[in-house]
Write a new protein. Sequence first.
Length: 298
Amino acid sequence: MDTRLLRTFATVARTENLTAAAERLHLVQSTVTAQVQALERELDLRLFDRLPRGVVLTGAGREVLARAEEVLEAESRLRAVAASAGGADGRATGRVTLSAGETLVSARLPGVIAALRRSHPGVEVDLRTMGTASAVAALRTGELDLALLLEDEAAYRDIECTPLAREPLVLVCSPEHPAAGRAADWAELAREDYFLHEQGCSYSDRFIERLLAAAEGAPPRITRFGSLEAARSCVAAGLGLSLLARANVTEALAAGRLTQVSGPRIPDVTIQLARHRRRWLSPAAAALTTELPHHFPR
Protein backbone atom coordinates (compact mmCIF):
# COMPACT_ATOMS: atom_id res chain seq x y z
CA MET A 1 0.00 0.00 0.00
CA ASP A 2 1.23 3.48 -0.89
CA THR A 3 1.64 5.26 2.45
CA ARG A 4 1.17 8.60 0.70
CA LEU A 5 -2.51 7.68 0.42
CA LEU A 6 -2.66 7.01 4.15
CA ARG A 7 -0.95 10.32 4.97
CA THR A 8 -3.39 12.23 2.76
CA PHE A 9 -6.33 10.35 4.29
CA ALA A 10 -5.15 11.14 7.84
CA THR A 11 -4.72 14.83 7.02
CA VAL A 12 -8.20 15.08 5.50
CA ALA A 13 -9.64 13.25 8.51
CA ARG A 14 -8.10 15.76 10.94
CA THR A 15 -8.98 18.91 8.98
CA GLU A 16 -12.39 17.68 7.76
CA ASN A 17 -11.78 19.87 4.73
CA LEU A 18 -10.21 18.96 1.39
CA THR A 19 -8.93 22.48 0.72
CA ALA A 20 -7.27 22.79 4.12
CA ALA A 21 -5.73 19.33 3.74
CA ALA A 22 -4.36 20.26 0.32
CA GLU A 23 -2.73 23.38 1.77
CA ARG A 24 -1.03 21.40 4.54
CA LEU A 25 0.19 18.74 2.17
CA HIS A 26 1.28 21.28 -0.49
CA LEU A 27 -0.92 19.56 -3.08
CA VAL A 28 -3.75 20.73 -5.30
CA GLN A 29 -7.22 19.79 -4.09
CA SER A 30 -7.89 17.51 -7.07
CA THR A 31 -4.85 15.41 -6.12
CA VAL A 32 -6.07 15.09 -2.52
CA THR A 33 -9.51 14.01 -3.75
CA ALA A 34 -8.00 11.48 -6.16
CA GLN A 35 -5.77 9.98 -3.44
CA VAL A 36 -8.68 9.59 -1.01
CA GLN A 37 -10.76 7.95 -3.71
CA ALA A 38 -7.87 5.62 -4.60
CA LEU A 39 -7.60 4.50 -0.97
CA GLU A 40 -11.36 3.93 -0.78
CA ARG A 41 -11.18 1.76 -3.91
CA GLU A 42 -8.22 -0.19 -2.57
CA LEU A 43 -9.92 -0.87 0.77
CA ASP A 44 -13.39 -1.19 -0.79
CA LEU A 45 -14.71 1.09 1.96
CA ARG A 46 -16.41 4.46 2.12
CA LEU A 47 -14.11 6.45 4.42
CA PHE A 48 -15.85 9.84 4.37
CA ASP A 49 -19.35 11.25 4.14
CA ARG A 50 -19.29 14.27 1.84
CA LEU A 51 -21.39 17.03 3.42
CA PRO A 52 -21.95 20.69 2.41
CA ARG A 53 -19.75 21.88 5.31
CA GLY A 54 -16.91 19.45 4.52
CA VAL A 55 -16.08 15.77 4.92
CA VAL A 56 -16.69 13.63 8.01
CA LEU A 57 -15.30 10.20 8.79
CA THR A 58 -17.66 7.26 8.53
CA GLY A 59 -17.60 4.61 11.24
CA ALA A 60 -15.30 2.51 9.07
CA GLY A 61 -13.18 5.58 8.41
CA ARG A 62 -12.59 6.12 12.13
CA GLU A 63 -11.32 2.56 12.49
CA VAL A 64 -9.09 2.92 9.44
CA LEU A 65 -7.68 6.20 10.77
CA ALA A 66 -6.41 4.56 13.97
CA ARG A 67 -4.67 1.81 11.98
CA ALA A 68 -3.37 4.29 9.37
CA GLU A 69 -1.67 6.35 12.08
CA GLU A 70 0.04 3.21 13.35
CA VAL A 71 1.34 2.46 9.85
CA LEU A 72 2.59 6.04 9.39
CA GLU A 73 4.34 5.90 12.76
CA ALA A 74 6.00 2.62 11.79
CA GLU A 75 7.11 4.16 8.50
CA SER A 76 8.69 7.09 10.36
CA ARG A 77 10.63 4.71 12.59
CA LEU A 78 11.79 2.66 9.62
CA ARG A 79 13.02 5.73 7.77
CA ALA A 80 14.83 6.96 10.88
CA VAL A 81 16.56 3.59 11.34
CA ALA A 82 17.60 3.57 7.70
CA ALA A 83 18.90 7.12 7.94
CA SER A 84 20.80 6.56 11.19
CA ALA A 85 22.54 3.51 9.73
CA GLY A 86 24.68 5.93 7.75
CA GLY A 87 25.54 8.13 10.73
CA ALA A 88 29.05 8.38 12.13
CA ASP A 89 30.48 9.07 15.61
CA GLY A 90 27.06 8.80 17.22
CA ARG A 91 25.71 11.77 15.28
CA ALA A 92 22.03 11.72 14.41
CA THR A 93 20.89 11.78 10.80
CA GLY A 94 17.53 12.18 9.14
CA ARG A 95 14.85 14.81 8.66
CA VAL A 96 12.82 16.53 11.37
CA THR A 97 9.82 18.77 10.73
CA LEU A 98 9.43 21.71 13.10
CA SER A 99 6.88 24.52 13.20
CA ALA A 100 6.85 27.84 15.00
CA GLY A 101 5.16 31.20 14.76
CA GLU A 102 6.82 34.00 12.82
CA THR A 103 8.00 35.58 16.07
CA LEU A 104 10.38 32.66 16.69
CA VAL A 105 11.10 31.71 13.08
CA SER A 106 12.65 35.08 12.31
CA ALA A 107 14.42 35.74 15.59
CA ARG A 108 15.47 32.47 17.22
CA LEU A 109 15.47 29.50 14.88
CA PRO A 110 18.19 30.46 12.37
CA GLY A 111 20.75 30.17 15.18
CA VAL A 112 19.28 26.82 16.27
CA ILE A 113 19.52 25.35 12.79
CA ALA A 114 23.05 26.65 12.27
CA ALA A 115 24.22 25.08 15.55
CA LEU A 116 22.48 21.79 14.74
CA ARG A 117 24.26 21.61 11.38
CA ARG A 118 27.58 21.87 13.18
CA SER A 119 26.80 19.21 15.78
CA HIS A 120 24.71 16.90 13.56
CA PRO A 121 25.43 17.71 9.90
CA GLY A 122 23.31 14.75 8.78
CA VAL A 123 20.11 16.23 10.27
CA GLU A 124 17.87 18.25 7.95
CA VAL A 125 15.27 20.58 9.46
CA ASP A 126 12.06 21.24 7.57
CA LEU A 127 10.88 24.51 9.15
CA ARG A 128 7.28 25.67 8.79
CA THR A 129 5.48 28.78 10.03
CA MET A 130 2.23 27.91 11.82
CA GLY A 131 0.02 29.27 14.55
CA THR A 132 -0.94 27.21 17.57
CA ALA A 133 -4.15 25.65 16.24
CA SER A 134 -2.58 24.60 12.93
CA ALA A 135 0.54 23.25 14.65
CA VAL A 136 -1.45 21.11 17.10
CA ALA A 137 -3.53 19.69 14.26
CA ALA A 138 -0.37 18.91 12.27
CA LEU A 139 1.22 17.17 15.26
CA ARG A 140 -1.85 14.95 15.47
CA THR A 141 -1.68 13.94 11.81
CA GLY A 142 2.07 13.34 11.88
CA GLU A 143 2.78 16.21 9.50
CA LEU A 144 5.01 17.72 12.22
CA ASP A 145 7.50 16.12 14.58
CA LEU A 146 7.85 19.12 16.91
CA ALA A 147 6.27 22.52 17.36
CA LEU A 148 7.15 25.65 19.30
CA LEU A 149 4.09 27.36 20.75
CA LEU A 150 3.91 30.82 22.30
CA GLU A 151 1.35 29.89 24.95
CA ASP A 152 1.41 30.40 28.72
CA GLU A 153 -1.03 27.54 29.15
CA ALA A 154 -1.11 24.63 26.72
CA ALA A 155 -3.08 21.58 27.88
CA TYR A 156 -3.96 18.85 25.40
CA ARG A 157 -4.82 15.22 26.06
CA ASP A 158 -2.62 13.91 23.24
CA ILE A 159 0.01 16.65 22.89
CA GLU A 160 2.84 16.93 25.40
CA CYS A 161 3.93 20.54 26.01
CA THR A 162 7.13 21.33 27.89
CA PRO A 163 7.94 24.94 28.90
CA LEU A 164 11.21 25.81 27.21
CA ALA A 165 11.79 29.49 28.02
CA ARG A 166 10.17 32.88 28.51
CA GLU A 167 10.14 35.33 25.61
CA PRO A 168 10.28 39.03 26.66
CA LEU A 169 7.69 41.33 25.06
CA VAL A 170 8.01 45.09 24.50
CA LEU A 171 5.59 47.84 23.52
CA VAL A 172 7.23 49.99 20.83
CA CYS A 173 6.62 53.09 18.75
CA SER A 174 8.53 55.46 16.50
CA PRO A 175 10.84 57.94 18.30
CA GLU A 176 8.71 60.73 16.73
CA HIS A 177 5.42 59.33 18.01
CA PRO A 178 3.75 61.28 20.88
CA ALA A 179 3.88 58.13 23.07
CA ALA A 180 7.69 58.13 22.96
CA GLY A 181 9.41 59.46 26.05
CA ARG A 182 6.39 59.57 28.35
CA ALA A 183 4.85 57.09 30.77
CA ALA A 184 1.33 55.86 30.03
CA ASP A 185 -1.22 53.83 31.95
CA TRP A 186 -3.68 51.35 30.44
CA ALA A 187 -6.40 54.00 29.96
CA GLU A 188 -3.99 56.19 27.96
CA LEU A 189 -2.72 53.23 25.93
CA ALA A 190 -6.29 52.30 25.02
CA ARG A 191 -6.59 55.58 23.10
CA GLU A 192 -3.67 54.80 20.74
CA ASP A 193 -3.62 53.11 17.32
CA TYR A 194 -2.11 49.61 17.19
CA PHE A 195 -0.57 47.34 14.57
CA LEU A 196 -0.48 43.81 15.97
CA HIS A 197 0.14 40.23 14.88
CA GLU A 198 -2.78 38.29 13.40
CA GLN A 199 -5.66 36.83 15.40
CA GLY A 200 -4.60 33.67 17.20
CA CYS A 201 -1.32 35.18 18.42
CA SER A 202 -1.79 34.52 22.14
CA TYR A 203 0.16 37.48 23.50
CA SER A 204 -1.51 39.93 21.09
CA ASP A 205 -4.95 38.56 21.99
CA ARG A 206 -4.28 39.01 25.73
CA PHE A 207 -2.96 42.53 25.17
CA ILE A 208 -6.10 43.48 23.25
CA GLU A 209 -8.28 42.10 26.05
CA ARG A 210 -6.45 44.36 28.52
CA LEU A 211 -6.81 47.39 26.24
CA LEU A 212 -10.53 46.76 25.83
CA ALA A 213 -10.96 46.44 29.58
CA ALA A 214 -9.26 49.82 30.09
CA ALA A 215 -10.99 51.63 27.23
CA GLU A 216 -13.52 54.31 28.04
CA GLY A 217 -16.00 54.98 25.28
CA ALA A 218 -14.75 53.99 21.82
CA PRO A 219 -12.66 50.78 21.61
CA PRO A 220 -8.97 51.06 20.64
CA ARG A 221 -8.16 51.16 16.91
CA ILE A 222 -6.37 47.91 16.05
CA THR A 223 -5.04 46.61 12.74
CA ARG A 224 -3.82 43.01 12.63
CA PHE A 225 -1.27 41.63 10.18
CA GLY A 226 -0.12 38.15 9.21
CA SER A 227 3.38 39.58 8.85
CA LEU A 228 5.51 40.94 11.67
CA GLU A 229 7.47 43.02 9.17
CA ALA A 230 4.28 44.81 8.12
CA ALA A 231 3.52 45.69 11.74
CA ARG A 232 7.09 46.89 12.34
CA SER A 233 7.02 49.06 9.20
CA CYS A 234 3.78 50.78 10.18
CA VAL A 235 5.10 51.51 13.65
CA ALA A 236 8.46 52.78 12.34
CA ALA A 237 6.51 55.15 10.07
CA GLY A 238 4.91 56.72 13.17
CA LEU A 239 1.40 55.37 12.54
CA GLY A 240 0.93 53.76 15.96
CA LEU A 241 2.23 51.26 18.51
CA SER A 242 2.88 47.53 18.48
CA LEU A 243 3.53 44.76 20.99
CA LEU A 244 6.34 42.51 19.76
CA ALA A 245 8.88 40.05 21.09
CA ARG A 246 12.04 41.91 22.09
CA ALA A 247 14.07 39.58 19.86
CA ASN A 248 12.12 40.89 16.83
CA VAL A 249 13.00 44.54 17.48
CA THR A 250 16.46 44.41 19.09
CA GLU A 251 18.23 45.85 16.03
CA ALA A 252 15.55 48.50 15.42
CA LEU A 253 15.76 49.66 19.05
CA ALA A 254 19.56 49.82 18.94
CA ALA A 255 19.49 51.76 15.66
CA GLY A 256 16.93 54.24 16.97
CA ARG A 257 14.24 53.32 14.41
CA LEU A 258 11.95 52.26 17.26
CA THR A 259 11.76 53.11 20.94
CA GLN A 260 10.19 51.33 23.87
CA VAL A 261 7.02 52.84 25.34
CA SER A 262 7.05 53.35 29.12
CA GLY A 263 3.92 51.92 30.64
CA PRO A 264 2.43 48.99 32.52
CA ARG A 265 4.60 45.89 32.74
CA ILE A 266 3.87 43.43 29.93
CA PRO A 267 4.42 39.84 31.14
CA ASP A 268 6.75 37.62 29.13
CA VAL A 269 5.16 34.81 27.13
CA THR A 270 6.06 31.13 27.55
CA ILE A 271 7.68 29.16 24.74
CA GLN A 272 6.35 25.59 24.82
CA LEU A 273 7.99 22.67 23.02
CA ALA A 274 5.17 20.41 21.81
CA ARG A 275 5.15 16.85 20.50
CA HIS A 276 2.60 14.06 20.17
CA ARG A 277 2.56 11.88 23.28
CA ARG A 278 2.25 8.59 21.42
CA ARG A 279 4.62 9.23 18.54
CA TRP A 280 8.18 8.00 18.53
CA LEU A 281 10.88 10.67 18.87
CA SER A 282 13.34 10.02 16.04
CA PRO A 283 17.11 10.54 16.53
CA ALA A 284 16.91 13.70 14.39
CA ALA A 285 14.03 15.10 16.47
CA ALA A 286 15.84 14.17 19.69
CA ALA A 287 18.95 16.04 18.51
CA LEU A 288 16.89 19.14 17.77
CA THR A 289 15.13 18.86 21.15
CA THR A 290 18.53 18.83 22.87
CA GLU A 291 19.79 21.85 20.89
CA LEU A 292 16.76 24.12 21.31
CA PRO A 293 17.16 25.15 24.99
CA HIS A 294 20.61 26.66 24.32
CA HIS A 295 19.14 29.39 22.10
CA PHE A 296 16.35 30.86 24.21
CA PRO A 297 16.36 33.26 27.17
CA ARG A 298 16.19 31.64 30.60
